[in-house]
Design a protein around this ligand. Structure first.
Ligand SMILES: [Zn+2]
Length: 519
């Protein structure tokens, strides 16, 4: 087939084949299959198509590799990181050539708890933009993923007339027939936006090898340990895991994905925190990780971390280190308490007890890193009010002491808010949390110098020094010694300087000193 259309961004393979049919004016599905694949038995599939080597060969200049077709124009990316590496490679081979349903089976779709989409979905507003810009709408892969229910720009996706798993297994239907401008899109909920964003992260991941089941098992074990959802070293406390999950996700959201059945001993949640024997879906991973990592996280970061977990090392660390589990548990508790004391600042906790940190690093490194990673906060968490009140009093006392020792010191640099905080050696977090430190804030409001204050202090210093020495008080000498000039003086400082000069003239001090030969 000549002039096979170039793919649009995120366009599904299904969509480009349908567009090729329209362009070539082919109305018979079998004829289209023959033209594109040279084979009338190819089954049309939205999510995980095969025969991609044929598609690649339709482009004269070989613009695409089959790998890029798979990762940018099918839904393989949302499954790939969660199936073992050998299976990922096998799936790619199937997708290049023939699959006959094996790919769907191998990524776990057939056994998945997630309900399949009934209809192919679209965003009416995006359709409109596509039609205006490109002259035709197309099926985007962003719309065909369970859980990613919205367009990030325009709102909730809309069902088309087309079945996601159509009974006409050989037809390719273009997006063209679906342009109903009258549809009003519902706004997306926060949950829809969150999940859609996370799924987009997966779609954007470059091809890379997948972590093993053992690595995923270890990752979840560490996740449970770091959230204190364990009894002893190796037993997981499922009640606390369940509580954590339900703290983050409503049952109705879980029900929507058929992930709400959590009580049974063999629920997906129990299984994901046990030794992995099968793959879990992107939504199960997303929901579990989000409930346990109480901060911003990305799939890229998590998958890189899991791929780097060293299974052997973990065993070596726990067994031949010669440390008993109770020793390890004790030291872990100590570290957890220290992090609580220092409001999750790993740096401060390390400074306080470097020995403990070193011990854990030597004997329990995987846990330490995973715990720190999930508990480190770049900002101070709200809600520990009594600590802030205590800090507030402590810091303001330090500041007042400094101010009292400085009362006759006219030489220091400008006493800005920052300068005061540096003198008191407060941590950098104080500056960012002034609203929780009322005493420190009012001290700073009262004693911080602006540029006016600073220039006036410099002039005062020079005047006092020269008057006490009985030397010349000419205006330009004062300015030069204060490191100022007429041009740089602020209005207020200039008024101050003017009024002192006026006073000096009136009292004839200059004359007196100069006559005494003291200049
Ligand atoms: Zn849209």
């Amino acid at each position: 087939m000549f002039n096979f259309p170039m793919l649009y961004e995120d366009e599904l393979i299904y969509s480009v084949v349908a567009r090729a049919g329209i362009r070539a004016g082919i109305t018979s599905p079998k004829q289209l299959l023959n033209e594109v694949f040279g084979n009338r038995k190819v089954v049309s599939t939205f999510d995980l198509p095969n025969q991609l080597a044929y598609i690649r060969n339709l482009y004269q200049k070989r613009q695409y590799s089959t790998e890029s077709l798979i990762y940018s124009h099918t839904l393989f990316s949302i499954y790939a990181p969660f199936i073992p590496e050998d299976r990922r490679a096998q799936c790619m081979t199937w997708m290049k050539k023939e699959s006959q349903g094996s790919v769907h089976l191998a990524v776990g779709l057939n056994a998945s708890r997630l309900p399949a989409l009934n209809k192919v979905r679209y965003c009416p507003a995006c359709f409109k933009i596509q039609s205006e810009r490109l002259g035709e709408p197309y099926w985007s892969r962003l719309w065909q993923i369970q859980g990613a229910n919205c367009c990030l720009k325009h709102g909730i996706l809309v069902d088309s007339e087309l079945d996601f798993r159509p009974s006409a297994r050989h037809a390719y239907v273009s997006a063209d027939f679906e342009s109903n401008n009258a549809i009003v899109q519902l706004p997306a909920s926060e949950t829809d936006l969150f999940i859609t964003n996370k799924v987009l992260e997966l779609l954007k991941l470059p091809p890379c090898s997948s972590p093993s089941y053992e690595q995923w098992s270890l990752f979840y074990k560490n996740l449970a340990l770091s959230a204190n959802c364990n009894r002893g070293l190796s037993h997981i406390n499922f009640d606390s895991i369940l509580n954590k999950l339900l703290d983050r996700w409503s049952l109705s959201t879980l029900r929507q994905f058929n992930l709400h059945d959590l009580d049974a001993d063999n629920s997906w949640l129990h299984s994901i925190f046990r030794k992995h024997r099968k793959s879990f879906s992107y939504l199960e991973h997303l929901i579990a990780i989000e409930a346990f990592i109480g901060r911003h996280w990305s799939f890229k970061e998590i998958i890189t971390h899991v791929s780097g977990l060293n299974i052997k090392k973990e065993d070596e660390i726990l067994k031949p280190s010669g440390k008993s589990p109770s020793d390890i548990q004790f030291q872990r508790n100590q570290w957890q308490n220290l992090l609580i004391e220092f409001q999750k600042s790993i740096k401060q906790a390390r400074q306080k007890d470097g020995g403990l940190y070193a011990w854990l690093y030597r004997h329990d490194k995987t846990w330490l890193i995973s715990y720190n990673r999930s508990h480190h906060s770049t900002h101070i968490a709200n809600g520990i009010k009594h600590d802030w009140a205590k800090r507030d009093r402590l810091y303001v006392r330090q500041l007042l002491n400094i101010k009292n020792t400085l009362i006759w010191d006219l030489d220091s640099p400008r006493r800005s808010s920052n300068w005061w905080l540096n003198q008191a050696k407060t941590s950098s977090t104080v500056e960012k949390n002034l609203e929780t430190l009322p005493l420190v804030s009012s001290f700073l409001a009262r004693y911080s110098e602006n540029v006016n204050d600073y220039q006036i202090r410099r002039l005062t210093r020079v005047y006092i020094s020269r008057i006490s020495q009985g030397i010349s008080l000419s205006s330009w000498i004062i300015l030069r010694e204060a490191g100022l000039s007429e041009q740089r003086l602020t209005e207020e400082a200039s008024r101050f300087h003017g009024s002192i000069s006026h006073l000096i003239e009136k009292e004839n001090w200059n004359f007196k000193y100069e006559n005494n030969g003291l200049t």
